[in-house]
Ligand binder design. Structure first.
Ligand code: MN
Length: 244
């Protein structure tokens, strides 16, 4: 596809499935903050509903210059050969499958990828890694990674490896981030390497060795902080720049 040079780069943003309930039929759902953050960074967000067939998703993805994988419920633990923990919640296998197809297609093409929270966790699992199913009941001395404060409020510090691409991008080796997760990376998938940690040792970011495209995967939610926090906006600016 050829773009007018004035046209902002298209950035595919994965959306989730809101199941049918007493409040209405099944719907496609996406937090507005992702759209706002991509737009503010100069990108044109395109929502990719998880209900589309994998072939449709791949066709839509091919029109975009980058992929943003969003947060949400837990990845089906069957994908990493575990039985569900009592606290594992919000599993939607159809969404896992749709986003797994997106991840495989994007990585195959060295497409720029920004993976956020569940997005990082699913990407890890797709590459053969596993997850801690519940931090609070599994990691001794863990911080509370489910903050009670507003979604844009920093909840804990993150130490970023000084030699990492992420540290260069964020412009710091320590940042304060929000935290809205109860699962975390256990074993990293193929080529993935932890590059940031919370004070309790929980992995907060991954890099992908040998990847030829832009790649950032973070456990926090930069979309919620981007309006007021330069290090969060920097992630969206970088993925949009790479999408051009
Ligand atoms: Mn956290």
């Amino acid at each position: 596809m050829r773009y007018d040079s004035a046209m902002p780069p298209l950035v595919a943003v994965s959306a989730t499935i809101a199941p049918a309930s007493s409040r209405g039929p099944e719907r496609t759902q996406l937090n507005r903050a992702y759209l706002t953050a991509v737009e503010a960074a100069g990108g044109l967000p395109v929502m990719l509903p998880a209900q589309l067939a994998p072939a449709s998703l791949r066709a839509l993805l091919a029109t975009a210059g980058a992929l943003v994988l969003t947060g949400g419920g837990d990845v089906d633990p069957a994908r990493y050969n575990e039985r569900p923990h009592l606290e594992t919640t919000g599993v939607i296998p159809e969404r896992d499958s749709a986003e797994a197809a997106l991840i495989e297609a994007a990585l195959d093409r060295d497409m720029p990828v920004l993976a956020i929270c569940r997005g990082m966790q699913l990407l890890n699992v797709v590459l053969g890694g596993s997850l801690i199913q519940d931090i609070a009941s599994t990691v001794e001395g863990a911080l509370d990674h489910r903050q009670q404060e507003g979604r844009d409020a920093p909840a804990h510090a993150v130490r970023v490896a000084s030699e990492s691409a992420l540290a260069r991008l964020l412009g710091a080796t320590e940042v304060a981030v929000n935290s809205m997760h109860h699962q975390a990376i256990k074993s990293p998938g193929r080529g993935l390497r932890p590059v940031a940690w919370a004070p309790d040792g929980v992995v907060e970011a991954l890099e992908l060795d040998g990847y030829h495209g832009f790649f950032a995967a973070v456990q926090w939610h930069p979309e919620e902080m981007a309006a007021a926090t330069p290090h969060a906006a920097a992630l969206f600016e970088a993925v949009v720049l790479a999408a051009r």
